[in-house]
Write a protein that binds this ligand. Structure first.
Ligand code: ASP
Length: 591
């Protein structure tokens, strides 16, 4: 079928500058109103809405056609642009000054009545929206999110191109190297009983590209991790993945900062200051209890170990004896706002992070209220309050426990208190680099060290030698970029010498044989002139969430999966034909 009408403009484009022009618009019937003889249609496409008017006196055939038009029908209209009559202009609409008087129309396709309108029905259950994703994707919200997502990747490509990077694709069917999360596996038909894995990240390929002399690589790439999903996780997600040769942290930071700065400027028109502040991991944990601190507000943690030393308050004394910590936050000017109930809620919150409880002192109307002050001598109490700069109107909250529990609990109390008190200025954009992460963390279950970032991260210079007997003290050259309390990127300077890489595997309890089997190709490559190199990967989905203000990661992905890792639109994953299984020489375990 040949189309008579050919689009001249989109539905967000016409203004009073186009008056008297003959135009053709194509789009979907968004709304339709009959007013006596006149039919008004708001025609929609991704650029906006235009009001088109059908008048039986201009074209009765078109008008007759229009009688059969329903919401979501796809149509083309030809007509003349007119100024809207006096008082009828709509300042809220981009094209609100004009309307198109139709003299010809073509129905390009009909539509069933949809289960909901992507344009209007905000309160539709997410299950229904995901099943009919094409309808939901028509909403301004999702259209806008996907445009911003695209703008981010456009700017990334532009900035990296200017700095001499090239985008290189790495395999999607690759080797299973379980170093972090669970792999998604793909059986190989041609090599029965063997499996590919979908990449958790292109880490080793990008390092090998450096050995190959590519110098500056990037890729906007899908990664796959078969994990139990939290609200901001998806089984397949996108990274802006980069690697560079002959660089140090500072050079990499400057480049990443320029990328962030250009994204904010070009996508949102917001200027951000660089360079970003740098906090070591230790400093971040000491001051904020978290390695992704939200720096838009204060409420810093204060260690009371020295002040409380020698206390007769048994709970605190026992914790100190066992090598634990007592740390506190002075929640300024909160005594009025933090009711008993609010303090109970904060205590419950602390318990979810393993704390046994939360102690508190309220300083209100010249008095101290607290279940614990009776256990302290006046001097120690005064000293404690002075250390925390406590004043009338403040509430001091304490956690006493193992260092990790204290940090986790207070980090979350800090955030919850800031929300309660309205201390977070949503307009602020606070980036920070977190550096010098520990190289290793001890895994109690597996009774061995695992790599805190990944096994290819270089140790901080000199630390190998200095902490030969206490590897837990070795710092690494890993870094994260944090934005308003969210980790948006992570990377490291890598190990580029085979012997060092072998030593690292050794520390991780990966024997020579296993290392050869799993990472032999990397160890091979490192022997052939691997340059010093390092890189970083940004989480594109999370970055887009932060730039759009979306509440859910599903709102920045065109076709997201549910929390059970399924696609409601295509019904994936699904059962497969027995024939396919046979070809793969696989059998179900039907037990
Ligand atoms: N591949 C790492 C990750 O996915 C990032 C990096 O070290 O560049 O977390």
């Amino acid at each position: 079928m040949t189309r008579q009408l050919r689009r001249t403009h989109n539905c967000g484009e016409l203004s009073d500058k186009n008056i008297e022009e003959s135009v053709t618009l194509c789009g979907w019937v968004h709304t339709r109103r009959d007013h006596g003889g006149l039919i008004f249609i708001d025609l929609w496409d991704k650029e906006g809405l235009t009001q088109v008017v059908l008048n039986p006196q201009i074209d009765s055939l078109a008008h007759q056609h229009a009688q059969s038009l329903r919401g979501n029908y796809v149509m083309a209209v030809h007509g003349k642009v007119r100024s809207r009559p006096e008082g009828m202009a709509n300042a809220k609409m981009k094209t609100g000054a004009i309307e198109v008087y139709v003299d010809d129309l073509e129905i390009l396709n009909r539509s069933k009545t949809p289960p909901f309108s992507g344009w209007e029905d905000e309160d539709v259950a997410e299950v229904l929206r995901l099943k009919n994703r094409y309808l939901d994707l028509r909403s301004d919200r999702l259209q806008n999110n996907l445009k911003i997502r695209y703008q981010i990747t456009r700017v990334v490509r532009q900035v990296l191109h200017q700095h001499g990077f090239i985008e290189v694709e790495t395999p999607m069917l690759t080797k299973s190297t379980p170093e972090g999360a669970r792999d998604y596996l793909v059986p190989s038909r041609l090599n029965p009983k063997t499996f590919f894995a979908l990449p958790q990240s292109p880490q080793l390929f990008k390092q090998i590209l450096m050995v190959a002399g590519m110098d500056r690589y990037f890729q906007i790439v899908k990664c796959f991790r078969d994990e139990d999903l939290r609200n901001d996780r998806q089984p397949e997600f996108t990274q802006i993945d980069m690697e560079m040769s002959f660089i140090d942290e500072e050079q990499l930071f400057r480049l990443a900062e320029e990328m962030m700065q250009t994204i904010y400027k070009e996508v949102l028109g917001i200027a951000i200051a660089t360079p970003f502040p740098i906090l070591t991991y230790r400093e971040a944990i000491d001051r904020f209890g978290s390695d992704k601190p939200d720096l838009r507000f204060g409420l810093e943690l204060v260690d009371l170990g020295d002040v409380i030393q020698g206390t007769s308050f048994k709970v605190f004394a026992d914790v100190l004896k066992k090598g634990g910590q007592i740390r506190a936050i002075n929640i300024k000017n909160s005594a009025e706002i933090l009711s008993r109930k609010a303090l109970d809620d904060l205590t419950e919150l602390a318990k979810t992070y393993g704390a046994k409880g939360m102690a508190w002192i309220k300083m209100q109307k010249g008095e101290l209220q607290s279940p614990i002050i009776k256990f302290f001598e006046k001097d120690m109490l005064d000293h404690m309050i002075a250390t925390l700069k406590g004043e009338d109107g403040d509430t001091i909250v304490f956690i006493a426990d193992k260092p990790k529990i204290v940090a986790d609990a207070l980090a979350h109390i800090r955030l919850a208190a800031a929300k309660l008190l309205g201390l977070i200025d949503e307009k602020k954009i606070n980036f920070a680099w977190i550096t010098e992460f520990p190289l290793l963390e001890y895994n109690d279950e597996e009774k061995r060290f695992t790599a805190m970032h990944h096994p290819f991260t270089a140790p901080k210079e000199g630390d190998w030698e200095q902490f030969a007997d206490s590897p837990e003290k070795i710092s690494s050259r890993a870094y994260d970029l944090v934005l308003n309390g969210n980790e948006i990127a992570g990377g490291s300077i890598r190990i580029h010498q085979k012997e060092v890489q072998e030593k690292m595997f050794n520390l991780l309890g990966i024997g020579q044989k296993e290392a050869e089997l799993k990472f032999g190709f990397l160890l091979d490559a490192l022997q052939f002139g691997a340059p010093p190199h390092g890189g970083i990967a940004f989480g594109l989905d999370r970055l887009t969430m932060l730039l759009t203000g979306a509440d859910s990661i599903r709102d920045v992905i065109a076709f997201p999966k549910t929390q059970k890792a399924t696609c409601l639109m295509t019904q994936a994953p699904s059962e497969i034909d027995l024939k396919q299984l046979k070809e793969l020489k696989l059998k179900y375990d039907l037990s």
